[in-house]
Design a protein around this ligand. Structure first.
Ligand SMILES: Nc1ncnc2c1ncn2[C@@H]1O[C@H](COP(=O)(O)OP(=O)(O)OP(=O)(O)O)[C@@H](O)[C@H]1O
Ligand SMILES: [Mg+2]
Length: 351
């Protein structure tokens, strides 16, 4: 049986539809095996059922988002690896930005400036041509991008960073317009803290099982998040009863948004016998709506200036600690002081 145990922000009706759609960057993080991929994929399906355009990114160490979205093994394995297209991504994004004379001097944190090319969720561009693939779901189609598989030897070395770096570059150049959602399935790893990737989202959903480990990942994330104004809410997963709910409530307090129990729908999908999405358990559907409502609310706090400032902060930090040495250039000079990423044209250029 599937059950929703606790949902403080429960919508009035299961058929509730938001009156307006907002643009949103959303991440699912958590410890290995907590259910990041499962919940990301359900959330994506839910957004699509609500007719929202979605760009999905698999940035997790274990690349399973394609499969969770219903791709068969061959299609999932054939997804292009963003990490393998870094030179193309850099070349495209730098555009005619005079502060970035070559793709070689561009690092994962290099911020956009005047002349840079920006990405939009619904457009076609060479980055999507190379790195994104359409995925057909019951209620519509999305674009999926993936960092590419991480091998044992990637972890802790440059290759791992460059794979996640491709995502970060794209995020920093993405101006999501109205009614659009970016959903990233990612690890709660140290790389996202070092590079600043964890500050790139309007809402971060941390998936936690009711265990000490799940909670400790939350605490660590919260610590980083606090100093940067990162909006963080916890989704309890694999919750089996009131004791589990009480445990999460005690340990997490108000940051606990909703809890999800075992889902038979998810289990059938895992068996390769997916049911139509409309048959997902009502409780779980309500939990997903609650995530969407929370994400939508968080948009009001989107502050493009802060967003740009943090991008620059982490770029300068990375430039100093390794980027300048690696490229032989002064990467601080890449920062365009008058540039603020934003909607509309994508870039706001103060006179
Ligand atoms: N609510 C749920 N109901 C039923 N099965 C679930 C639920 N949540 C997760 N699972 C199952 O638990 C397993 C781990 O989930 P998932 O792959 O989503 O976790 P993850 O955090 O993405 O893991 P990894 O760190 O390996 O990427 C999967 O087999 C998934 O089907
Ligand atoms: Mg996963």
């Amino acid at each position: 049986m599937a059950f929703l145990i606790h949902n403080r922000d429960l919508p009035q009706s299961l058929h509730y539809r938001p009156l307006r759609y907002l643009n949103m960057k959303i991440a699912f993080v958590g410890k290995g095996g907590s259910g990041k991929t499962t919940l990301s994929s359900l959330f994506i399906r839910h957004l699509v059922a609500n007719e929202a355009p979605v760009l999905a990114v698999d940035a997790d160490i274990n690349q399973h988002l394609g499969a969770a979205l219903g791709l068969d093994e061959a299609a999932a394995a054939a997804l292009p690896a963003m990490g393998a297209h870094l030179p193309l991504i850099k070349e495209y994004l730098r555009g005619t930005n005079p502060r970035i004379p070559s793709a070689e001097t561009m690092i994962k944190t290099t911020p956009p400036g005047e002349g840079s090319r920006l990405l939009r969720i619904r457009e076609d561009n060479p980055v999507y041509d190379a790195c994104a693939r359409p995925v057909r779901l019951d209620d519509g189609e999305i674009r999926l991008m993936a960092t590419g598989p991480f091998t044992e030897s990637d972890l802790g070395v440059a290759c791992y960073h460059s794979k996640v770096g491709a995502v970060e570059l794209c995020l920093n150049h993405l101006v999501d317009g109205p009614d659009e959602y970016l959903v990233v399935d990612m690890t709660a790893g140290s790389d996202s803290f070092a590079s600043g990737m964890f500050t790139r989202f309007d809402m971060t959903f941390l998936v936690a099982e009711p265990t000490r480990k799940g909670v400790s990942v939350y605490r660590q994330y919260k610590e980083y998040a606090r100093d940067f104004g990162v909006a963080l809410r916890v989704v309890g997963n694999k919750v089996q009863g009131m004791e589990d709910v009480d445990f999460l409530r005690e340990e997490i307090g108000d940051d606990l948004l909703v809890t999800v129990g075992h889902s038979d729908w998810v289990r059938s999908m895992e068996k390769g016998r997916p049911a139509r999405f409309e048959l997902l358990e009502a409780e779980n559907r309500m939990a997903l709506q609650s995530l969407q409502n929370t994400a939508d609310d968080s948009y009001r706090h989107r502050d493009w200036e802060r967003y740009t400032r943090q991008m620059v902060h982490f770029h300068l930090k990375n430039a100093e600690s390794w980027g300048n040495a690696k490229t032989g250039a002064d990467l601080a000079a890449q920062v365009d002081p008058g540039f603020v990423l934003g909607e509309g044209l994508g870039a706001v250029q103060p006179a």
